[in-house]
Design a protein around this ligand. Structure first.
Ligand SMILES: [Zn+2]
Length: 168
């Protein structure tokens, strides 16, 4: 199979209001342009996409500005076919409510089968306040509940108290 060696960007659309659980996974080769298209499709009824479930839902929950589009992966070296497979694999990880396609392979299986051939860069990371580990922003909540992080947190808080009391 011919490899196109192009870069694919995968993104997550979710509501800024965390109580609204709807989300959408998309892929593109031009992230900035794709974001613009989402905006036009959502706001302008002249586009046939305007009545997609995605845009109806966005309009229902406060409109385009109440949603964020986060880059979650930048992947190099995929053929077009593989890029679609990877996208479907992400559905398994994020379980977006606004995508119509059905996943055919789990994310873990996908990584296991492909990790040697492709370069996957996770995006939008931040350092955990408690343990300094670099964590994907969308996973930070779960990370903070992990045993390792909780231990670091407890230790840090304890040290702060001991410092205040000047006993160590
Ligand atoms: Zn942590």
């Amino acid at each position: 199979m011919e490899k196109e060696q192009s870069i694919y960007y995968y993104y997550l659309i979710s509501c800024r209001d965390e109580l609204v659980k709807h989300s959408y996974i998309g892929k593109t080769q031009n992230f900035e342009l794709r974001k613009q298209h989402h905006k036009y499709h959502c706001n302008d009824s002249k586009y046939p996409q305007h009545n997609y479930k995605l845009y109806k839902t966005i309009r229902k929950y406060g409109g385009f500005l109440n949603f964020k589009i986060e880059l979650i992966y930048e992947v190099h070296g995929l053929s077009r076919q593989e890029a679609c497979e990877f996208e479907r694999a992400l559905y398994d990880e994020y379980r977006p409510s606004l995508n119509n396609n059905i996943p055919n392979r789990s994310y873990k299986e996908y990584i296991r089968d492909n990790y040697k051939q492709i370069l996957i860069k996770r995006k939008d990371r931040e350092n955990c306040f408690w343990c300094q580990k670099s964590v994907l922003k969308s996973h930070m909540k779960n990370h903070r509940k992990s045993k390792k992080c909780l231990l670091k947190k407890t230790k840090k808080l304890k040290n702060e108290i001991l410092d205040k009391l000047q006993i160590k």
